[in-house]
Ligand binder design. Sequence first.
Ligand SMILES: *Cc1c(COP(=O)(O)O)cnc(C)c1O
Length: 384
Amino acid sequence: MNRTPITPFRARAEIDLAALRANVRSLDARTPGAAVMAVVKADGYGHGAVPCARAALQAGATWIGTATPHEALALREAGIEAPLLCWLWTPGGPWREGIEAGLDMSVSGMWALTEVIAAAREANAGPARIQLKADTGLGRNGCQPADWPELVAAALAAEAEGTVKVTGVWSHFACADEPGHPSIPLQLDAFREMLGYAEKAGLDPEVRHMANSPAALTLPATHFDLVRTGIAVYGISPAPELGTHTELGLRPVMTLTASVALVKNVPAGHGVSYGHHYITPGETTLGLIPIGYADGVPRHASGRGPVLVGGERRTVAGRVAMDQFVVDLGGQKVQEGAEAVLFGPGDRGEPSAEDWAEAAGTIAYEIVTRIGKRVPRVYLNEKP
Ligand SMILES: *Cc1c(COP(=O)(O)O)cnc(C)c1O
């Protein structure tokens, strides 16, 4: 019997805020001359937006970024006072609340500028802080070069009227995680051109920015005044091509564990889990791991996902179910209540979130972000 201490919880995600702070310091050191924005959208990539934002600011990040305005407003309500940019707006969004909360609000088109100007006239709370987003080639959000002169002219007119202040001009890469991709220099040129146009026209932004984590880590020419780092803050490599987290000087922040719920002997030829996609090749022991796709364990990793149990690397046997999956322990008699580690920094030989991404045919961003609400987050090394 492997008498590891029992773990009195079904599953949990430990969030090591000391690791997060070290990652922010490392990113800051690698991007001299640029400020660091910690991106905490999607509840801090599944790690918890508020504690992660606080820890990032303690470690030298000076900006916080979110996708939606609601995420940004929730951070303000939690007492986060740092400059805070949110970029994914839809018509009828909370512009007025954003102005009153002092958010930096991204504008990608005329509809958004019209709405923010109207809200600023009503709010009577000083100019709305807006950042104009340029589509330099991503083809997602952002203003096309052909529409840029109209947007810039309208923003200048609103500045003259005192309703808005353009605090930033920015853009986003399509392929910064693919070293040598020809779109990278093309997007950089397009950004310089659109930025130059805006400045010549009379805008004087506080920050110009383009780099996400892969660009911050590998493309110094893209750093400008600010880097918007998300995945790297959480200690995860943006892409295997760029190196492992260790090679990039990062330490994974999340460790996902579960308590082994049942261990039993089964005969050879026994089907395992829905559909019987795994049949025991011989007499063996099976371990039940009480965490499933409702918790964010990808069903696509059925038959492939790696887990550390009883000191050994095991593999998901058969299908991942909604709440649980099974591993073949190969005869090992692991104790119920022993810890199963799905992923973590690797100190004990456990897999990484990147390993799960590979097993599920996805990216590590999706692995950590989808860890569900049913998994409690437990914060380690929090600094008051
Ligand atoms: C998510 C996001 C980021 C952060 O990207 P990472 O690759 O996680 O660093 C930066 N900018 C924008 C616009 C984003 O949506």
